[in-house]
Write a protein that binds this ligand. Structure first.
Ligand code: ZN
Length: 272
């Protein structure tokens, strides 16, 4: 086998959630989701930019495509360059400009190996991609895909501009990094205070009659909606001082990690 040609299976795999909803697992680390309606399709997030995501999507649907980011962190936006228009909340759009640097792409190269590039693109082109202008999600209440309508739900916490996407027809919620049954990071510069995140969790609980499964952006998925109640209680325990975090450094930032056995929540010292 030619080692210069990456084994695509190491880069991504596709799983059907329903006949017309796909989970694209990128490096077994982060998920993009493709929701196909009768008229249009919606791609949620674009991963690390290490695969030819546009071709992958085109192998699954030929319908006009809308692309939107759950939030602005690099493992969700680095593939945006393949698409003409990508929606993101204005609050997170600055992260794209901050993160689209050659240094960060070189670190991705080290981590995952040479990317599988769209035809005609060289590695040098990829390393030097400039951030594109985003379209803002702020006034978008929903995306109409024909027989499916995907609502945008603001859930600030992990970042100020974090959103979830709700599909009432198929009863699915796509929660980005804000609702995870692993490590919930609320300690970034752009993370909100804990009471703001608490309202986001409450809002999802209020909507939980509308979905049967939560699909987060990182393994493991799906999550049962009852998890939201555990999360609500955990946040209350932190706010009330019943659970105190342990000081740790995550991604070069000091934080307090609050352990709840099944999951953990990391916050800044000034999150309370
Ligand atoms: Zn994130």
């Amino acid at each position: 086998m030619n080692p210069a040609i990456p084994n695509q299976q190491d880069y991504y795999s596709i799983h059907s959630i329903t006949d017309s909803t796909f989970q694209i697992n990128l490096h077994n680390h982060v998920f993009a989701y493709l929701i196909v309606g009768s008229q249009k399709a919606l791609l949620i997030d674009t991963g690390w930019g290490t695969v030819d995501l546009k071709s992958i999507v085109e192998s699954l649907t030929s319908l006009p495509l809308i692309v939107a980011n759950t939030h602005g962190h690099l493992d969700h936006i680095y593939g945006n360059f393949q698409f003409q228009e990508v929606f993101i909340k204005e609050e997170d759009a600055m992260l794209i400009f901050f993160d689209y640097t050659k240094e960060k792409r070189e670190s991705i190269l080290k981590r995952f190996g040479e990317p599988i590039l769209p035809s005609g693109m060289t590695l040098d082109d990829w390393l030097n991609i400039k951030p594109q202008k985003s379209s803002f999600l702020n006034d978008v209440k929903y995306f109409d895909l024909g027989d499916r309508r995907i609502e945008t739900i603001d859930i600030p916490g992990h970042t100020k501009g974090s959103v979830a996407f709700l599909d009432r027809k198929e009863r699915l919620l796509f929660s980005g990094d804000s609702i995870l049954n692993a490590s919930i990071f609320l300690h970034f510069n752009l993370s909100t205070k804990l009471d703001v995140y608490q309202k986001s969790v409450d809002q999802l609980i209020a909507l939980s009659d509308s979905f049967d499964f939560i699909y987060p952006s990182h393994p493991a998925a799906p999550i049962d909606p009852s998890f939201l109640h555990k999360l609500k209680r955990a946040v209350e325990q932190i706010i009330q001082g019943e659970v105190v975090g342990e000081k740790r450094e995550i991604y070069g930032r000091q934080c307090l990690v609050c352990d709840f056995e099944e999951f953990e929540i990391s916050i800044r010292e000034d999150s309370l």
